[in-house]
Design a protein around this ligand. Structure first.
Ligand SMILES: Cc1cc2nc3c(=O)[nH]c(=O)nc-3n(C[C@H](O)[C@H](O)[C@H](O)COP(=O)(O)OP(=O)(O)OC[C@H]3O[C@@H](n4cnc5c(N)ncnc54)[C@H](O)[C@@H]3O)c2cc1C
Length: 511
């Protein structure tokens, strides 16, 4: 951290200020602090605890790339809740008919999924989907961030900022803070996005979603599980925990009116087509399927990540996953830029890699809404998708997308592994490659000892590890260059050409 003498006052200049201590801001802070960047997080809420972050409201599905990211930083084992609770979508059915996920509420089953199609996701020791709780996730990430000397100031909302060529002055009411970079991780209503003039393009909602915890006087009037009616959808996964989709064009959510018992009862009666009576409303929140994405993720020294960069309906649970993977992608690139060791274009690749993934997720959420609408057209399309999902190829494709197994970056290589997450190779001593990634360094993995590759890795000091060991399954590979975010940057089946591997290393790690 530098100290700036400003108007006779000493003021710290952080490498990065992050607006928002949600899961994305916290994880990004951990990634930056791993490489010794000084980080300040300004968080609007004074209290990190909230009923909305606790089960059942705070339930979040984690998909394969996120699970891998947490595992690779040694955080997965610190999360306990998934070890106690089963994914609600995975409880229904037995054996091969066991439901393991859904698309637009249409289940797909374990026995239909052909994991052998995912050649490069194997071998893996991590799950492809898990449930988590927002509060636990944030607690674990805050603890890690603080252990890495990240400063978190709670109760201080970012209200604006001003940037010059090399500094950002961040305003929080009458206080100001200085940094080299500012990252907006301040959620769907991001002040950083708005103050930074980022365009937020997309589509308007079709429904208001309600997540409620209620007491019902006559529970027998509602059916358990998911119910599609001529006017909407309601889901009762446990007594009193009710989720409703009311196709009002998002009008109620947009109006920002208080959510009263009378209103929830009126909506539930209409959608369920019953005269059910709610005797108490304990907690309720609304959401929509508005789908918008920032058209650029960087403006000068200001960046966006997580919900600040993209919003969509929570159907299929992808927002948190998208945001945490933004953070994993951005962290090492921004750190290298701050330490002046980034090759040209490295930071720009955050946008070129992550924006298309966001586009896909937004379209995926729109597609689900399109077949959930009340009405004959959507019902007909829904039936066709249901039939396709009952086939082996259909279920495998949907599961691959829902679990993020098919996500990869186009890094311009012909090799089918490049741009994919590295398989979790297990070495003869039982160690797995993912366990060697806790420090966030790159890895030059060589299944046959090669002295010149060892020399090459050593030229990058502690930014790159040389790992030479035989793995139990090597997928026919000889050498693999792994970025700090676990993505394969270069791979070769035969003894690598030294010039080519040097070029590949320089492309991602500089010269
Ligand atoms: C009902 C529901 C269910 C969902 N289920 C899933 C799921 O199963 N799987 C999944 O992947 N995603 C799911 N999501 C989406 C997921 O919760 C979000 O995508 C995720 O929380 C985004 O994280 P974030 O850190 O970007 O933003 P947030 O979690 O919104 O955190 C932003 C933080 O910034 C703070 N902040 C706001 N403004 C300011 C400011 N001006 N200054 C400083 N701090 C500020 C906020 O207080 C907050 O702490 C669901 C969402 C909803 C609504």
């Amino acid at each position: 951290m530098e100290t700036l003498i400003n108007n006779n006052k000493n003021q710290s200049v952080y490498d990065v200020i992050i607006s928002g201590a949600g899961p994305v801001g916290l994880f990004l802070a951990c990634e930056l602090a791993l490489t010794k960047c000084s980080v300040l997080i300004l968080e609007k809420a004074e209290n990190p605890h909230s009923l909305l972050k606790q089960l059942p409201f705070g339930i979040r599905g984690l998909s394969a790339p996120t699970i891998e990211a947490l595992y690779r930083r040694g955080l997965l084992n610190e999360l306990e809740i998934h070890k106690r609770l089963k994914n609600p979508h995975q409880n229904a059915g037995q054996g091969s008919r066991r439901q393991v996920g859904h698309f637009a509420g249409i289940p797909f089953h374990e026995g239909n999924i052909d994991t052998s199609q995912w050649t490069y996701r194997l071998p893996s020791s991590t799950e492809t989907s898990l449930i988590s709780e927002m509060e636990e996730l944030e607690t674990v990430l805050s603890r890690r961030a603080e252990a890495l000397d990240v400063e978190i100031k709670r109760g201080l909302a970012v209200t604006g900022f001003h940037q010059t060529e090399d500094r950002v002055t961040v305003q929080s009411g009458d206080q100001s803070f200085k940094s080299k970079w500012l990252v907006g991780c301040d959620g769907s209503r991001s002040v950083v996005r708005k103050a930074g003039g980022f365009e937020f393009a997309g589509t308007e909602p079709e429904f208001t979603g309600y997540t409620t915890l209620v007491d019902i006087a006559d529970p027998e009037k509602l059916s358990p599980g998911r119910n599609v009616t001529p006017t909407g959808i309601y889901l009762q996964s446990q007594p009193g925990y009710i989720v409703i989709q009311d196709f009002d064009g998002g009008a109620f959510h947009n109006a920002g009116k208080p959510i009263t018992l009378q209103h929830v009862q009126e909506v539930l009666r209409r959608v369920s087509n019953t005269d059910v009576t709610i005797s108490a409303l304990h907690i309720a929140t609304t959401w929509t399927d508005r789908a918008r994405q920032a058209t650029i993720y960087r403006n000068g020294h200001v960046l966006l990540a997580g919900d600040a960069a993209h919003i969509h309906s929570p159907l299929g649970g992808q927002g948190l996953n998208l945001g945490l993977c933004d953070a994993m992608n951005l962290g090492w690139k921004l750190a290298a830029t701050i330490h002046n060791i980034a090759p040209s274009g490295l930071l720009d690749s955050y946008y070129t890699e992550r924006h298309p993934v966001g586009v896909q997720v937004l379209d995926w959420s729109r597609a689900q809404v399109a077949i959930m609408r009340p009405g004959p057209d959507a019902r007909a399309l829904n039936a066709i998708i249901r039939d396709l999902m009952n086939t082996r190829d259909g279920a495998t494709y949907i599961a691959g997308r829902v679990w993020g197994v098919l996500t990869h970056y186009n890094l311009g290589s012909d090799h089918p592994l490049v741009g994919h997450s590295v398989p979790n190779f297990e070495f003869k001593d039982g160690t797995r490659i993912g366990e060697l990634m806790h420090d966030g360094h790159g890895i030059l993995l060589n299944f046959d000892m090669n002295a010149s590759l060892k020399t090459l890795a050593s030229e990058y000091g502690d930014r790159m590890k040389y790992v030479s060991a035989q793995a139990k399954e090597q997928l026919g590979l000889s050498t693999v260059l792994i970025r700090p975010d676990g993505i394969i940057a270069w791979a070769s089946e035969s003894e690598p050409d030294e010039q080519l591997i040097r070029q590949a290393v320089a492309l991602w790690f500089g010269r």
